[in-house]
Design a protein around this ligand. Structure first.
Ligand code: NAG
Ligand code: NAG
Ligand code: NAG
Ligand code: NAG
Ligand code: NAG
Length: 288
């Protein structure tokens, strides 16, 4: 009797020790280490870029190397340490990705001209916690963006999206773009967006900062059918500098109730326009 009681006690202790060991192992594995699925997706993105430009250079994303998963013991196995990648240090999920000006790394003489990068946007769906995606100056392919961008709408934590400096991108992406309702900061400057201000952006209900500078907008902001305070209700900062707007745009922009900073520098303003900062608590930058 006594003996078996002691055994029972012992085996409980073993169980407890084992559970503690497992816990320690698991914590050790997840903390700061990247998720295998995300590591593979990053390598696929790198491969796609290299394939597009037929490059095989050692100095292209040199930290993004495939030493196998984290268990291999090599530093390269932890993609959270890779350049252009930021992870949540607790969960190990990738939260920020920057592919800013990736082409320049391999091609600073512009040998590839305007050859675009047909990036598979679905690859980003592997990053469930992604909050910031910077694809600025990446020669993004218009057709893949037009269809693909919409897929990003399932990334509910996506707050920052930078598509600036991609000259192939034009109004065709707007239907897809307007589905990205979680986005707060959107940079579309220096793209080929043109014509009337794209009112379809109203769907981006969480948008706080919108940069549309250095595009080809010339028409007014079409506001028929909308009431003041009903569209882009959170938009605080709007940059429309270096477009072709005339002074009539100022009156129509009064529909944006939360606006605090408006940049209209270098447009086609002539004659007189409302004095700066009147009517509402708004700073307007106008120079020409
Ligand atoms: C990391 O993820 C945890 C769990 O989801 C979250 O509570 C924490 O705020 C995140 N940390 C950062 C810096 O975002
Ligand atoms: C690239 O595109 C820009 C405008 O989008 C154009 O001015 C330039 O000539 C093009 N360059 C080549 C090499 O096609
Ligand atoms: C794009 O990426 C997704 C997700 O990884 C994958 O399922 C799909 O096959 C890829 N499409 C192409 C054309 O490579
Ligand atoms: C994208 O990256 C570039 C280079 O680091 C940076 O200047 C730019 O501000 C980034 N975009 C956003 C929206 O943060
Ligand atoms: C605006 O530019 C487009 C071409 O992008 C042109 O067709 C249209 O006539 C222009 N509108 C105005 C008001 O200048």
């Amino acid at each position: 009797m006594e003996y078996s009681g002691l055994n029972k006690h012992k085996s409980r202790l073993h169980w407890l020790l084992m559970l503690m060991m497992i816990h320690i192992l698991m914590v050790g594995q997840t903390q700061g280490d990247c998720i295998e699925e995300e590591r593979k997706a990053l390598l696929q993105i790198k491969a796609s870029h290299m394939k597009s430009y037929d490059s095989n250079l050692d100095h292209f994303l040199p930290t993004w190397v495939d030493y196998g998963s984290r268990t291999s013991g090599y530093d390269g196995g932890n993609c959270c340490d890779w350049e252009r990648v930021k992870c949540n240090t607790t969960t190990g999920h990738v939260t920020e990705l920057s592919f800013y000006n990736l082409r320049w790394v391999i091609d600073n003489n512009m040998e590839f001209g305007n050859k675009s990068w047909p990036l598979n946007v679905s690859l980003f769906l592997h990053f469930k916690e992604l909050s910031s995606l910077n694809l600025s100056h990446d020669f993004l392919d218009k057709e893949t963006m037009k269809i693909g961008l919409e897929r990003l709408s399932s990334l509910k934590k996506l707050k920052v999206l930078d598509l600036s400096g991609n000259h192939d991108i034009d109004n065709d992406i707007i239907p897809s773009l307007k589905t990205l309702t979680s986005v707060k900061i959107l940079d579309l400057s220096d793209t080929s967006l043109n014509g009337n201000f794209p009112i379809k952006f109203v769907a981006l209900k969480n948008l706080e900062v919108l940069d549309l500078s250095y595009c080809y907008f010339n028409g007014t902001f079409e506001i028929q059918g909308f009431e003041t305070g009903s569209i882009l209700t959170k938009l605080k900062i709007l940059n429309l500098g270096n477009n072709r707007f005339d002074e009539s745009v100022i009156t129509s922009l009064s529909i944006l109730s939360s606006l605090t900073n408006l940049d209209l520098s270098y447009n086609q303003m002539s004659g007189s326009f409302p004095a700066q900062g009147t009517c509402y608590d708004l700073t307007i930058y106008i120079s020409s």
